[in-house]
Each structure stands twice: as C-alpha cells, then as structure tokens.
Design a protein around this ligand. Sequence first.
Ligand code: PMP
Ligand code: GLN
Length: 398
Amino acid sequence: MTSPWQRSARGANLLGADGTLGVTIFEEMTTLALAHGAINLGQGFPDEDGPAVVREAAQAAIAAGANQYAPGKGIADLRLAVAEHQERFYGLTPDPEDEIIITTGATEAIAATLLALVGPGDEVLTFEPFYDSYGAIIALAGATHTTAPLLAPDFQPDLAALETAFTDRTKVVLVNNPHNPTGAVFGTAVLGEIVRLARKHDAVIVTDEVYEHLTFGVAHIPVATLPGAAERTLTISSAGKTFSFTGWKIGWLSGPAELVAAVRTVKQFLTYSSGTPFQGAIATGLRLGDEFYAEIAATLAHKRDILSAGLRAAGLDVYTPAGTYFVNADTAPLGITDSLDLARRLPELVGVAAIPVPVFCHPEGAERTRTLLRFAFCKKVPLLEQAAAQLATLRDRL
Ligand code: PMP
Ligand code: GLN
C-alpha cells in the first residue's frame, strides 16, 4: 500500500528503485560509513575547515549581532564581493544591485532557477551523469529531463549527440563545469557549441560552477564569458567548495537582471533569505589573495594523485579528473558488475565508502556506468593513503 506521500514522491522521481526513500545516495553512504567506522570517500565534503580568517569573521558577526534576517537578495557587501570576484577572475561585471542574488547554497539557486524557468512541456537538457538534485528539481517543476552522454575515459561530450539532444522545447540547458561526478572540465570548443545551440533553440543557459576554483592544470572558463552567452546565462556558485565550508550553505547566482529577478521571486518563498552571519564572512573569503586560490587547487591536485595511485594499485581502472573533488574508477577489472551493490557493501568489506555513478543517470546511462564508483579525495593525505591500503584488500574479500 503506497501512501499519498509515496505516490507524489514517485511521480517526482524521488523514490528509489525499491519504492522507499527518504535519503539521497550521499546521506545513505555517509550513514553506512558511520555505522561501519569506514573512511568516507562518498559524500563530497572536506575533513578540514577553511581559512581561519573566514571562520573568525562569522564568529565576529554573530557576536556583533548579525543574527536576524538578511535582505532577501543577500547582504550588500557579499553581493559586491561576488561582483568583484567575477571581475577579478573572469572580467565579468554583474551589477550587485540587480544582477546577483545570494542563495542558501548552490542547491537553492538550482532549485529556484528551475522552478522559475520551466514547467510541464518544457525540456531541461543536462549531460549524463548529472548531479542528483538536477533530476529531482526538474521532476518537481514538472518539466522533462533530456540528456547528452559523457563517456569514459575523458567524459567529454560527443558534440553531434549534444546537437541531437537539443529541441525547440529545450527551455534550459543546465551545464555543470567542472563536472560532478566525472571530474571533467569543459573547454571553449564544448562551451562554444553549447552557446551556439542554446542561441539556435532560444534556451537559457544555467551553469553550475561550484568547483570553479578546483581545476588541475587547466583553466576554468565560465560559460558567461563566451561571445553571445552572457545575455542568456545564469551562473551559479557556492562558498562550500572554494572555502571548505559546505555546512554554511551560502551560494550565489548572477546573470541578466530579468532572469535574476525571476529566480529571486521563487527564492523568496523557498528560504526567503540566507544565513546572515555567514554572508559577511564569505565576502571576506572571496577577497582573499591569489595565493589562497592557487593553493587550494594545488593541494587538491596532490590529493587526487595520491588517491588515484592507490585506486590503481588496488586493481581499478582510474579516469583522471581535471577538476572537482572526485575521481571515477572502474571496478570491472575486479569482476564487479554492479557498483550500486558494491557501494552498499564496501564500508563493511574494506572500511571505505564511495558513491556508485549509476545513481547520477537515467537507466540507459546507468547501464553504461554500472561498474563505476566515484571517490572523493578532499581528505587529509594520511586518510587517503589508509583508504587506498584498505581498498587494496578488496580483491581478496569479494
Ligand atoms: N552542484 C554541484 C555540482 C555540487 O557538487 C554540489 C555539492 N556541493 C552542489 C551543487 C550543491 O552546493 P551547495 O552545497 O552550495 O548547495
Ligand atoms: N555535492 C556533494 C557530493 O556530490 C553532496 C552534497 C549533498 O549531500 N547533497 O558529494
């Protein structure tokens, strides 16, 4: 017997294959990791806090009484700091008055944007695999989710398949660059094609760039910097990844005033406004010197290399990411045929948690990725080495 709640959740694709829900794959794997005392390389969050100066700014803001509602669009100083950041790194010049809003993480920016822009009859095109909230929010908006595949080993799109995936019903193309879960970073050829096709089909480009500062030896190119893109592009980012404060849930969105106003209209009925004392602190973070930004990427690249070497030594095929917190590895060489099943057993088997890539896919994509696991490397080096040593025992424990 399914309850009305279960029926509506199933309608919005929020229920798992077995008809139960409640938790995302991230929550499920974190809970399993805790239950088994496993090293959690599943949900992407760092095991070290971000800069002390940013933390202290939040503590000082609380002590100074910044504890009531912020303005719905965000405090002026953070909107200004976002504008400065966009100009400093990318030469973009959004007006902090009406072309930027602060959100409760990138998650809310994505939700408010899709709920504002699409409904039944509209298509939202993403790459596949896709970050989990995209599928859920597209479904909640009642729109149709179409996809273009990213294939191993480099997870770059086939441009002909991308063109075919666009239709005149494509209202939004939702880009994620650098890309979770694959770690791919898209260059101007791919981004230029997205812009060309969005213009041809009159689609809005929504771009989730939360990993903008976490690329390894390649430049991050915001879609909005490409010719013809800015007037139809909403750019989303977040403090979680750049500053290692995933629990603060401060994000932002910038783009043309008319589109930003539409998103803000929805945002005001989701959370109304976002964590007041954290906003000023993130303004401090955004203004940190270039050495801060260079160091976070270099530190993470080193961690990527440590974990990748460990996964290879454990017998997995590793797809080296150019950005993000994540490395994908193929378990097929160990005889695995179902990475979801393996992920559910892994914490108990070897004391490591990971995320199965098929959960980021529709059925066809899930078939293509059915032996892939995503491992997060945003952890201290000794922990990554320990995880690699434990994973090396997997072959014998299966
Ligand atoms: N988009 C992507 C691609 C992500 O990986 C995440 C997770 N950090 C989010 C959005 C959500 O970001 P936030 O925690 O700021 O809501
Ligand atoms: N973005 C994080 C990841 O991909 C998870 C955030 C969440 O738990 N929703 O691991």
